[in-house]
Design a protein around this ligand. Structure first.
Ligand SMILES: *Cc1c(COP(=O)(O)O)cnc(C)c1O
Length: 415
């Protein structure tokens, strides 16, 4: 199933030898499977069958324009959270009419640009934002299509940092307050409320919270209809989890079917915004062991990738599998903390991993296709890793490793 498998004791990405890629492009190195991206996107699209729908890939998950372009060619829509992401979608050949714009802090210039290119919908997160969009749209004499992002107050049962549908976080508006906001929107001259939006969290491994949220959204839709506001689409957000180690998230098809069953309406358009469930297992981060440092208390394997390349373990205590690129025929396993070169105690990619290691070995941090490169930084003046895409035995360098000129070239001495 996975596109990352061993052939003759060596890890391959599709039909490309990972150690060969490391030799050619250096490490740390992100490697993505084009086939995996395509197959996962299609799973979502096909599960909807005849229901009007749009799969809007969440750009923040992995935003390299080669990846956006692969998805755009399949007909994908895009969920963006900034003007920068909009520019990426346009550059990648994405259709602006399939773009939905989420995010709590849209600036006037971002709204203006989105109206200018004619996006499908703004997902509005507050009264103040609605006012701002009305103002900008009026100046441009364009009517802005909007959804209100409601907060259905369901517990997504995931990590608190990636749970977004509860009353006490910054996202969305209380579903109880939503009717008032829709009335205001309907009365504004340059706003057209066309949808309802929600996104309750990320890395969900159960279907129930999604169905609960949909149930509340449907009640709101009926309430709005009773008050003369016709809703054309329901945007149910992203959030479907993936298997990092032993999680057992629902299959894409069962998740979509559960939604359609609850929906019981073949006319309303459904938008979804999956990110991780498409990208997560489509990428790995390849790194080399620089030093082995066994101590009395712990064994450290110091690698050339760090929290600046992949921050999920440090930020969310996330677990990602770490596998050897080449399996040794000799030696024994020991417990290793896999740590990076950055000057922070939190700089680790894995703890207590049973591995048979030697200095110079290559390791693959699995499930690194989502929230990997897009959350990378230059902390410690470390150039960001190169990104490679493969399909079958074909290889494309979709972003070269940053150079020191990239890092410092625009900085200036004073006087
Ligand atoms: C992050 C985000 C997504 C994607 O979430 P995944 O868990 O990666 O599927 C979708 N919609 C919104 C509004 C988001 O903020």
């Amino acid at each position: 199933m996975s596109q990352f498998n061993y052939q003759n004791q060596t890890l391959f990405a599709e039909n490309v030898c990972v150690s060969q890629l490391a030799q050619t492009y250096g490490t740390p190195l992100y490697v993505y499977s084009k086939t995996e991206f395509e197959q996962r996107w299609k799973m979502f699209d096909e599960a909807f069958a005849d229901q009007p729908h749009l799969v809007c890939y969440a750009v923040k998950t992995n935003s390299n324009i080669a990846i956006l372009n692969v998805l755009a060619k399949l007909g994908s829509g895009f969920d963006i959270v900034s003007r920068g992401e909009l520019e990426r979608v346009l550059r990648a050949g994405g259709d602006p009419k399939k773009v939905v714009f989420s995010g709590v802090a849209k600036q006037s210039v971002e709204i203006q640009r989105a109206l200018e290119v004619g996006i499908r919908c703004f997902n509005i997160e507050s009264f103040a934002e609605l006012d701002r969009i009305q103002t900008v749209a009026k100046q441009m004499d364009i009517v802005a299509p909007v959804s209100i992002r409601v907060n259905p107050d369901v517990d997504a049962q995931t990590h608190p940092y990636i749970s977004t549908g509860l009353k006490d976080n910054k996202f969305g508006v209380d579903i109880e307050k939503a009717p008032e906001l829709y009335q205001t929107a309907a009365n504004y001259s340059h706003i057209n409320p066309i949808g309802i939006d929600c996104h309750i969290g990320s890395q969900l491994t159960q279907i129930a919270p999604f169905v609960d949220a949909l149930e509340r959204v449907l009640k709101l839709k009926q309430h709005l209809a009773d008050n003369g506001i016709e809703i054309h689409h329901l945007d149910l957000g992203g959030g479907l989890g993936i298997t990092y180690t032993d999680e057992t998230p629902p299959e894409v098809a069962s998740y979509i079917q559960a939604l359609l069953k609850k929906l019981d309406d073949s006319s309303v358009e459904v938008i979804i915004e999956p990110g991780r469930a498409i990208a997560g297992n489509a990428g790995i981060l390849v790194t080399e062991v620089e030093y082995l440092k066994p101590t009395d208390h712990k064994n450290f394997a110091i690698i050339d990738a760090a929290m600046n390349d992949l921050i999920r373990p440090a930020l969310y205590q996330a677990y990602q599998r770490i596998e050897p690129v080449k399996l040794h025929s000799d030696g024994t396993k020991a417990k290793w903390d896999i740590v990076g070169p950055v000057c922070e105690t939190g700089d680790f990619l894995g703890k207590d991993r049973e591995l048979n290691l030697q200095a110079g070995d290559l390791l693959a941090v699995m499930s690194a296709g989502a929230y990997g490169f897009t959350m990378a930084s230059n902390y410690n003046t470390r150039p960001r890793a190169a990104e490679i895409m493969v399909q079958d035995d074909k290889v494309w360098e979709i972003r070269p490793r940053e150079t020191y000129e990239d890092l410092m070239g625009s900085e200036k001495l004073i006087s």
